[in-house]
Design a protein around this ligand. Structure first.
Ligand SMILES: Cc1ncc(COP(=O)(O)O)c(C=O)c1O
Length: 387
């Protein structure tokens, strides 16, 4: 039996999502832009999903634009604002150093087009301080983009305080809520943001679909040009089954949030406490900060993270060495680097991220296997290399 502890990379599709998506794929093929009966049926399905997503984040349905996932949402927010404001004197973007590549590389692309980019530092806690933003923001700042929860260490950022600083300077504020939506309450009004990205596959929905929420009145230049879909904000015939899946996932996540939060944080806390107790030379990264309930990131002294990942996979346990996008490379995590940890700590960290199907038995199995695996890897790395 295999155990999946990598829910921040992606999640299994919830049975209710699968049922609705299958039914839509089978029975509802109309184009939502069509005026006839077939089109009106799928338009109603898209509208229903839009309402479910809006409810999850405390927004108005008309402010929700469906996208092809979190990466597209981040691109749309940042490039869309940049292009809309390119004609003004505001040519500065502030982001944090622990953002996902979808934000970081989009900022890099804009830097090549003459935008000034400032990356905010974080300390060992993995949290961006409002003071750092106060120092970095100027009258030229067009946009501030700071993620709600970090994908590698799970730390929750003080978005309301940061957004308030941006507002006072007349800058827009975007938050990537891909890792928080569905796990902790996300309310666009309480956060005080202008733009917010979510992705369905991180909350038991399908891959390749998500949403960008934009506060009414915020003007973005569309990244995708073409027809008048999504009120002219994202061209292309809607992926109706995926959008329906996104809506169902949002509804399920909302309904189960309180109980899953309690269940997963208890599981995560036990996993973390016992790993640190049973395996010498371990330390939790960002453990002192507010975190999403399902995530822990632990460094194992004198263990190459990639080797530990493979050894655990051979035991049937799937974990990750940080963000999925950079796995397969031996690059140290940019998040742990930004948190100021030395190379040995950034290169031997493992992320355990729990989700829907995980139980106490999964944690028991991990705890039964992990100490021996770590010990073996440490012994191997100590033994002399034979010619
Ligand atoms: C914080 C964060 N933002 C954006 C993304 C990208 O989302 P998607 O996989 O839907 O493109 C991810 C996925 O790993 C993420 O964790």
């Amino acid at each position: 039996m295999r155990i999946y502890l990598d829910h921040n990379a992606t999640t299994p599709v919830h049975p209710l999502v699968l049922d609705r998506m299958t039914a839509v794929l089978r029975d509802e093929f109309g184009n939502p832009s069509s005026v006839h009966h077939f089109g009106q049926r799928t338009k109603a399905l898209v509208d229903e999903a839009r309402s479910a997503v809006a409810a999850l984040i405390g927004a108005e349905p008309t402010e929700v634009v469906f996208t092809g996932g979190g990466t597209e949402g981040d691109n749309f927010a940042i490039r869309g604002v940049a292009e809309a404001l390119e004609v003004t004197s505001r040519r500065h973007i502030v982001a944090s150093g622990i953002e996902h590549e979808a934000v970081l590389n989009t900022c890099k692309a804009l830097a090549r087009r003459g935008w000034r980019i400032t990356l905010l530092p974080v300390d060992h806690s993995g949290v961006v301080s409002p003071d750092a933003l106060r120092e970095a923001i100027t009258g030229d700042t067009a946009l501030v983009s700071v993620m709600h929860a970090n994908n590698e260490v799970g730390t929750i950022q003080p978005i309301a305080a940061l957004a308030q600083i941006a507002r006072e300077k007349g800058a827009l504020f975007h938050t990537d809520a891909v890792q928080s939506a569905g796990k902790i309450p996300v309310d666009v009004k309480a956060l005080g943001v202008d733009l917010l990205t979510i992705s369905a596959h991180k909350m038991n929905g399908p891959k390749g679909v998500g949403a960008l929420w934009l506060r009414r009145g915020v003007r973005l230049v569309p990244v995708m040009t073409g027809g008048r879909h999504e009120r002219g904000r994202r061209a292309g015939t809607e992926n109706v089954p995926a959008i329906v899946g996104c809506g169902v996932a949002a509804g399920v996540a909302m309904e189960k949030m309180t109980s899953e939060h309690a269940r997963l944080s208890a599981l995560r806390n036990r996993l973390e406490r016992e790993v640190v107790r049973l395996v010498p030379g371990t330390v939790v990264n960002g453990g002192e900060s507010p975190r999403v309930p399902n995530t822990t990131n632990i460094s194992f002294e004198r263990v190459e993270a990639e080797s530990l990942l493979i050894a655990l996979d051979l035991e049937g346990i799937a974990v990750s060495t940080g963000s999925a996008c950079s796995s397969g490379t031996l690059e140290p995590s940019h998040v742990l680097k930004a948190m100021g940890f030395p190379a040995h700590r950034t290169q031997n960290s493992i992320r355990f991220s729990l989700g829907m199907g995980n139980t106490d038995a999964d944690v028991d199995r991990l705890l039964a296997v992990l100490p021996g695996v770590v010990e073996k890897l440490r012994t191997l790395s100590r033994s002399p290399v034979r010619a």
